[in-house]
Write a protein that binds this ligand. Structure first.
Ligand SMILES: [Zn+2]
Ligand SMILES: [Zn+2]
Length: 367
């Protein structure tokens, strides 16, 4: 029995050695390539459309064999670019108000190809000469808004133009962080816009003061945004810029973390400090409380208004899943246009969520 076992071990080690040897041979020859794998699947997104152009971006297609991947771009079955090493392409000289479709083909140089499709519709406008009237509501000190071709660029320092207990102040407050560490927030002077907390309390306030987050945010959207064929879910971080200068978040506090647990830290205008900014989650009482006031602009270029609509002076009854509808507004000069409203639906019995999503247009990044 013992001998059989030894013999078995010898056979096993011989076969292992042979197997290892043969795979070495494969790689040292370098010409055994009967199983070339095509580049991985990838996705194309349309990042901007204009009257006569569009820009697409795509994710990287990786190659399991380590081959260098390049890309060809086709529009309406005609090749418009080949062997690109970059992952974006801008189309120009297109027709207005036209739907185009095309493909991006990733190729590995060894015959392996993977194709991804895209489609977009050019807008019907020529370059606008004036900003939409709604932009006049944005704080002139905190925001900078300008036309850039057929786009509007909205820049902000992220600061709110109203009072908050989150402005720097001399009251020291401490909170225990996720790692058990203590985070203390205190400043050596009171900001002129600082007020005592009323809705929240020092015990519940999030770490960091507004002034700690003085940053810069930029959003570029079409001056004539269009509804997209498919809606897009919102992500974490800024999803819009409010007229105060501070940014708008959705109804989550972290990755799959509902806002419920953080509600106690929101100030009287439903904002608090976060990892990167002072931001609003709920109806911002500093300037909108059950009314038709403009809240801000969402990342897909559509405006967000309070719970009531100027077109009826009442709560709109025809809102889509994102709180949007098409009607006149106080800024639309008699024209009907798509816009969002804070939905008149209670959250935790006392709040109104600003924008639970999804985007009904094509969102741009706020960066
Ligand atoms: Zn938050
Ligand atoms: Zn409306």
């Amino acid at each position: 029995m013992k001998n059989y076992f030894k013999l078995f071990l010898v056979i096993l080690s011989l076969s292992t050695a042979f197997y290892a040897c043969s795979s070495d041979d494969d790689s040292s020859n370098g010409n055994i390539n009967t199983d070339n794998q095509a580049p991985s699947t990838f996705s194309v997104t349309v990042s901007a459309t204009a009257a006569t152009g569009a820009t697409i971006n795509w994710t990287q297609a990786t190659d399991a064999d380590g081959d260098t991947v390049t890309y060809n771009v086709n529009l309406e079955d005609a090749e418009v670019a080949s062997n690109l090493s970059v992952q974006n392409y801008t189309f120009s000289a297109l027709s207005t108000s036209t739907t185009y479709s095309g493909t991006v083909i990733a190729q590995d140089g060894n015959g392996g190809e993977t194709t991804s499709t895209f489609s977009f519709t050019t807008s019907d406008e020529t370059t606008p000469s004036t900003l939409h009237l709604a932009f006049a509501e944005f704080d002139v000190d905190n925001t900078d808004i300008m036309l850039s071709g057929t786009n509007v660029v909205i820049e902000t320092n992220g600061l709110p133009n109203h009072t908050s207990p989150y402005w720097s102040n001399t009251v020291s407050r401490s909170i225990t962080g996720p790692n058990g560490n203590t985070m203390t927030t205190v400043s050596d002077s009171n900001h002129p816009l600082w007020v005592e907390p009323t809705v929240t309390s020092y015990d519940q306030m999030a770490p960091g003061n507004i002034d700690d987050f003085n940053g810069s945010y930029s959003l570029t959207v079409s001056a004539n945004p269009q509804l997209a064929a498919n809606s897009t879910s919102t992500g974490l971080g800024a999803i819009g810029i409010s007229i105060s200068g501070s940014v708008i978040y959705n109804d989550e506090e972290g990755p799959n973390v509902p806002l419920d647990n953080a509600v106690g830290s929101l100030d009287y205008t439903a904002a608090h400090t976060g990892p990167q900014s002072y931001h609003y989650h709920l109806e911002p009482k500093a300037w909108s409380n059950d009314d038709e006031n403009l809240i801000g602009i969402i990342a897909d270029g559509f405006f967000l208004y309070g719970r009531q609509c100027n077109s009826t002076n009442d709560y709109p009854t025809n809102l889509d899943a994102s709180g949007g509808h098409t009607s006149t507004t106080q800024h639309s000069e008699g024209e009907s246009e798509y816009h969002y409203h804070i939905q008149n639906e209670l959250y935790l019995n006392q709040y109104y969520i600003l924008f639970p999503g999804d985007y009904q247009g094509t969102p741009s990044n706020i960066q």
